[in-house]
Design a protein. Structure first.
Length: 398
């Protein structure tokens, strides 16, 4: 059974937001602790950087299969199981005596993370009616934004002050506490499609919404790929072309994260009323702000203004894209669509960072914003094409 539809499920949605905050913080925690981990385990910083790649790669390979294998299980039960595995993975990371065992702990965490997003990504869609979906996803998505604004910096500060192992240990303890909170506050939901008497369930591959779900995933990969291609290397870009003092980089990134929170609020406010126009506008502004940053990087105030606008616009994109995915998918494929969403997102993270690094080595850092803007334009064009296609399908009754 789901939450009562006459009340907005604040407790459940805020619980999901807290879970997402912790999951995203755990995923990106090694990025802020590279020197400490490398020094203790006596490996290079680049090898420690692979911990994020291993995590994301595990998610890409396992999110969809695990979603299919577990589709008959209770969603709330799966969330609790995944949280327990997540806590164990972070505890193993905190105790890992060697780099190889730390990699193993990250693989376990990636397995849990993939299934986590396959379940949690669709959970809010089971809690609210469609007309409240954008608002609900913005609330749960706030956990991801808060992880970048507060979670990762705070985890880094803990690691710097008292050691990286304790940072992972704190994450494990928080997840253990949230498991108890989830058991108490998260409403159970009915995630399967209710069939009429005598009706035969349709195989997932024959669901008519699957092609549209795939199209939305491709759009997410394009927009996210362009973003991560540039943003992964934003610190050296700020120090180099923009000319920011290295000590001020953290402040600029905090500015970007705060702008992302503003974008998330706008997505929750406007996403339900103008879902298509909000998405088009957000991606268009991402493209324009990145282009301005590339063209006027040497003018500090223009560059900082462009970074703020970029943060606002891209802060809205993930929740708007997730809402689009949930609106597009039928009830029977929602959980698979959520798994595909997180797979697409992690392909964009890993692929964008990889290609950005190759461009950085081959062409220099100043080319990155222009490549980002070009890829984003292609994603924007595809958003419009897919919207027209879906409108025509709806008019034809398919």
């Amino acid at each position: 059974m789901g939450a009562p539809r006459n009340t907005f499920p604040w407790a459940g949605l805020l619980t999901l937001s807290a879970l997402i905050f912790t999951a995203v913080t755990s995923e990106f925690l090694p990025t802020g602790l590279l020197p400490e981990i490398a020094a203790e385990l006596q490996v290079s910083e680049s090898k420690v950087g692979l911990l994020v790649t291993v995590f994301a790669g595990t998610v890409v390979l396992t999110a969809a299969p695990l979603s299919v294998l577990t589709r008959r299980y209770s969603r709330k039960f799966l969330v609790i199981v995944v949280l327990i595995v997540f806590a164990i993975a972070n505890l193993l990371a905190a105790l890992a005596p060697t780099y190889e065992l730390l990699v193993g702990a990250r693989v376990v965490g990636g397995l849990a993370h993939g299934l986590f997003w396959a379940v949690v990504g669709a959970y809010s869609a089971h809690l609210v009616p469609k007309h409240q979906l954008g608002r609900a996803i913005a609330i749960t998505g706030g956990g991801g934004t808060a992880a970048f604004v507060l979670g990762v910096p705070l985890g880094t500060a803990i690691g710097n002050a008292v050691g990286w192992r304790l940072a992972f240990g704190v994450i494990a303890a928080i997840i253990a506490i949230l498991t108890l909170v989830t058991a108490k506050l998260l409403p159970a939901v009915r995630h399967g499609e209710v069939l009429s008497t005598g009706e035969i369930p349709l195989p997932m591959r024959k669901d008519t919404t699957v092609p549209a779900v795939i199209a939305v995933g491709v759009i997410l990969i394009l927009v996210g790929f362009g973003h991560n291609l540039f943003y992964t290397y934003i610190a050296p870009y700020l120090i180099g072309p923009v000319g920011i003092d290295p000590g001020a980089v953290a402040g600029v990134l905090f500015l970007y994260g705060g702008a992302g929170a503003v974008g998330l609020i706008l997505a929750g406010t406007l996403g339900d009323r103008f879902p298509q126009r909000s998405l088009v506008a957000a991606v268009a502004v991402v493209m324009l702000s990145v282009l301005v940053l590339g063209l006027f990087s040497s003018v500090t105030w223009v560059a900082l203004a462009a970074i703020f606008v970029w943060g606002v616009a891209f802060g809205a994109v993930p929740s708007l894209m997730q809402a689009r995915m949930m609106h597009t998918a039928s009830v029977r494929v929602r959980d698979a669509a959520a798994a595909y969403f997180t797979t697409s997102f992690n392909v964009a993270i890993g692929g964008g960072a990889l290609v950005g690094g190759l461009l950085l080595d081959g062409w220099g850092i100043q080319v990155l914003p222009f490549v980002d803007a070009t890829i984003t334009v292609i994603g924007l064009a595809l958003i419009i094409v897919v919207a027209v296609w879906l409108r025509r399908r709806a008019a034809a009754g398919r």
